[in-house]
Design a protein around this ligand. Structure first.
Ligand code: PAF
Length: 283
């Protein structure tokens, strides 16, 4: 069957309402397109959990800073459409910027999860998580899904969306899915396409360093020295580190002594690409 692409919110709502009337659960995977196997794993998970699957493709200008890659972000709609049709998607929602922000971005009502939005990636990318929370809240209102699936590669984003959904009492179950990796460990990301061949060969050092962090933590090293050594290791491999941070896995707070459920989060630049990754560590 051909996969229908819808731009208008009203048509999207009609389709979803008909499924709901038929008693079918609707799973949703929001994306910015340029799809890879990581996105297709999210679609497969939504397929497993719901009778109907909606995927959105929307490169959201509100979550990019003025010096960031909004204009350059890869847009590959025809190929994405083919991949989604092959993955058993029921509907592709690809709204225009005008449909999502009808009064313009400057006037847009915003959604902010306080605190969590300003640390880690939020500290380096001011306004990013407000842009994410706002668009995801709007997409939930447009699609009206029963559940939505997000990748754990964007661990902080997943936490922001969980809290936003809880705080605003949105009737959407949030499902996280483990990061999908290339054979050499690099987390799949649309931004990997920015890497030159030489940078791509070096890129798995980020994940290997996270694995070393897990070993150092298990060996009883203190968090500050783990973070420092990791930063030095990737800098030596030619990255420009943004942060390595050992956090409490449940809420990304600073871990109290003796905390056993941790996550190490990392962000670093390699050439044109800003790469992020994380690894959970249970002590
Ligand atoms: O993770 C992404 O691709 C985006 O941040 C999302 C969740 C689709 C919101 O624009």
């Amino acid at each position: 069957m051909t996969l229908e692409t819808i731009e208008e919110i009203s048509t999207l709502r009609e389709r979803v309402a008909a499924w709901r009337r038929a008693g079918q659960r609707v799973g949703f995977v929001p994306t910015m397109g340029n799809l890879h196997a990581g996105h297709l794993a999210l679609v497969a998970e939504a397929r497993r959990l719901a009778e109907r699957v909606v995927v959105s493709i929307f490169v959201n200008p509100l979550q990019f800073g003025p010096q960031e890659d909004f204009a350059a972000y890869p847009r590959t709609l025809a190929r994405d459409h083919e991949l989604l049709a092959g993955a058993g998607t029921d509907l592709l929602f690809a709204p225009t910027v005008a449909a999502v922000y009808p009064r313009g971005q400057a006037e847009q009502t915003l959604v902010e999860v306080p605190g969590l939005s300003d640390i880690l990636c939020g500290a380096s990318r001011p306004g990013h998580f407000v842009g994410v929370a706002t668009v995801v809240c709007k997409l939930f209102n447009m699609v009206q899904p029963d559940l939505a699936v997000f990748g754990e590669k964007d661990f902080q984003q997943l936490q922001v969306i969980r809290l936003m959904t809880l705080d605003l009492s949105l009737p959407v179950a949030i499902q996280g899915l483990a990061t999908v990796r290339e054979a050499d460990g690099l987390a799949m990301s649309s931004r990997n396409g920015y890497l030159t061949a030489a940078e791509r060969a070096r890129a798995p050092v980020l994940y290997r360093t996270l694995q070393h962090c897990a070993e150092w933590l298990r060996a009883g090293q203190d968090h500050a020295s783990v973070e420092r050594q990791a930063g030095e290791a990737i800098a030596a491999a030619g990255f420009e580190p943004d942060y390595f941070s050992v956090r409490r896995a449940a809420d990304l707070g600073l871990p109290a002594p003796g905390e056993r459920e941790l996550v190490v989060l990392a962000a670093a630049r390699l050439g044109r690409a800003r790469l992020i990754d994380n690894l959970r560590v249970a002590l």
